[in-house]
Design a protein around this ligand. Structure first.
Ligand SMILES: O=C(O)C(=O)C[C@]1(C(=O)O)C=C[C@@H](O)C=C1
Length: 361
C-alpha cells in the first residue's frame, strides 16, 4: 500500500503508535514514563516542551532545558522522539537536539503566518512533520498548512486529527467531527493521517472508544498522552494514562484491514454493494417524487400568496418522521438531520418558484 509510514524510512509501522507525556516535566518523570512505554512496545515518544495554553498562568512547558533530557532518553532507550514546534526558534532548537519528528499544533495551524514561518525555517531539511487540525472546523485551513510544508519541499508530511473546539459539546473536550478527517482522507488518500484521542476525549475513560473508531475508519495510527503518574501531571492530567494502562488499551484495540487481497471477501462485499447501489437509486427516485410535490406546493402557495415556511406543518413533519424512524430502528438523530436538510432544500426550491425562476417550467 502506498500510504504507509514505511516510505518515511524511520522504521515505522502502520498503524503508528506514538505515546508520551503531555509535557516533559523533569528528567525523572520523562525517563520513568519512557521506560514504562518502551516496556509496552512503544517506539516513538511524544513530549511537549513548549506548550501553547489557552489562558495565561497555566504551565507553559519547561522549554529548552528539556532538550538534553530528550537526547538522553533517546540514547538510552533507542526511541524516536516527537515534539511540537510553534516558531522558527523551536524548529532550530529541535533540529539541533536531533529530535526525530515535529508537529505543528492546532493553535498554530490556524495562523497561516505562523505555518509559513515554520515551513520557511524547514526549507532544505528532511524531517517528518505532522500538522494537527486547526482548532476550528476548517478543512481548507488544515489543507493550506499541509500545502505550505509541501511547497517548502518537505517530503514526509502527515496529519493529526485532534478534534475541534466547541462551545457546548459535553461529551468531548474537542468534538471529533469525523466527517472532516474523512474528507481529508478522501481528497488526499496518500497522506498519512493519525488520530489524537487524548485531545478529543479530554478524559481517559473515552480513549478506547475513540481510538477504536479511528482505527475502524482506517486511520494510520494514534498519538496518545501517557504519564508515569497521570493525576500528578503538570498539564492535561485527566486525559493521560499510565504506560501500563496504555499498553493494555493498545492490546485490546482491533486493527482492521482494507482486505483487498481476499477474493471471497471482495465477491461478497461486491454483492452487497450492488444492492446498496440499487437502494440509493430508489432513494433518489423517491426524493425526486418528494421534490416534485414540494414544487407543486410552492406553485400553489405562490398562486394564493401564502408564505413558504409553514411552521405548524414543519413541526408535525419533523416530529412524525423521527417517531417513524424510531419504530423502524433508525437513529432518530440521523433522521432529524436528514429532514432538516430536506426541509431546507424544499424552502430553497419554493423560493426559486416565488422568484419566478422555475415556476413556468
Ligand atoms: O407543507 C408545505 O407547505 C410544504 O411546502 C412542504 C414542506 C416540506 O418540505 O415538507 C416545505 C416547507 C414548509 O415549511 C413545510 C413543509
Amino acid at each position: 500500500m502506498a500510504r504507509s509510514f514505511e516510505a518515511w524510512e524511520l522504521g515505522l509501522e502502520n498503524p503508528l503508535f506514538i505515546a508520551g507525556p503531555c509535557s516533559v516535566e523533569t528528567p525523572e518523570q520523562l525517563e520513568e514514563t519512557v521506560a514504562g512505554l518502551v516496556k509496552q512496545g512503544v517506539k516513538i515518544i511524544r513530549g511537549g516542551v513548549w506548550k501553547p495554553r489557552t489562558r495565561p498562568g497555566s504551565f507553559e512547558g519547561v522549554g529548552t532545558i528539556a532538550l538534553p533530557w530528550i537526547q538522553e532518553v533517546k540514547k538510552k532507550y533507542g526511541v524516536k522522539f516527537a515534539i511540537e514546534v510553534a516558531n522558527p526558534s523551536h524548529v532550530k532548537q529541535a533540529l539541533d537536539a536531533e529530535v526525530d519528528i515535529l508537529w505543528i499544533g492546532a493553535r498554530s495551524t490556524v495562523n497561516p503566518f505562523t505555518v509559513q514561518e515554520i515551513a520557511d525555517s524547514l526549507r532544505g531539511v528532511d524531517i517528518p512533520i505532522f500538522v494537527k487540525n486547526p482548532v476550528n472546523p476548517d478543512l481548507a485551513l488544515w489543507i493550506g498548512a499541509l500545502e505550505r510544508l509541501d511547497q517548502a519541499g518537505l517530503k514526509r508530511i502527515g496529519a493529526i486529527h485532534r478534534g475541534f473546539s466547541n462551545f457546548n459539546d459535553t461529551t468531548y473536550r474537542n468534538s471529533p467531527m469525523w466527517q472532516i478527517p474523512i474528507e481529508l482522507k478522501t481528497r488526499f488518500p496518500e497522506l498519512p493521517l493519525i488520530n489524537d484521542p487524548s485531545h478529543i476525549c479530554g478524559k481517559r475513560d473515552l480513549l478506547f472508544e475513540v481510538s477504536q473508531m479511528a482505527l475502524d475508519l482506517d486511520f494510520d495510527g494514534l498519538i496518545i498522552e501517557s504519564h508515569r503518574d497521570p493525576d500528578q501531571a503538570w498539564s492535561d492530567a485527566p486525559q493521560q494514562v499510565t504506560p501500563e494502562a496504555l499498553g493494555e488499551m493498545l492490546r485490546k484495540l482491533k486493527t482492521r484491514t482494507i482486505n483487498l487481497d481476499n477474493p471471497e471477501f471482495q465477491y461478497q462485499l461486491e454483492q452487497i454493494r450492488q444492492q446498496i447501489d440499487e437502494v440509493d437509486r430508489e432513494l433518489l427516485e423517491v426524493m425526486t417524487r418528494r421534490m416534485n410535490l414540494v414544487t407543486q406546493a410552492g406553485q400553489f402557495k405562490k398562486l394564493n400568496n401564502v408564505a413558504i415556511f409553514q411552521i405548524d406543518r414543519w413541526k408535525k413533519v419533523f416530529k412524525s418522521r423521527s417517531e417513524w424512524a424510531q419504530a423502524m430502528q433508525l437513529n432518530p438523530e440521523f433522521v432529524k438531520e436528514l429532514f432538516r436538510m430536506i426541509h431546507s432544500e424544499s424552502i430553497s426550491k419554493q423560493k426559486e418558484i416565488m422568484e419566478d425562476k422555475t415556476s413556468e417550467k
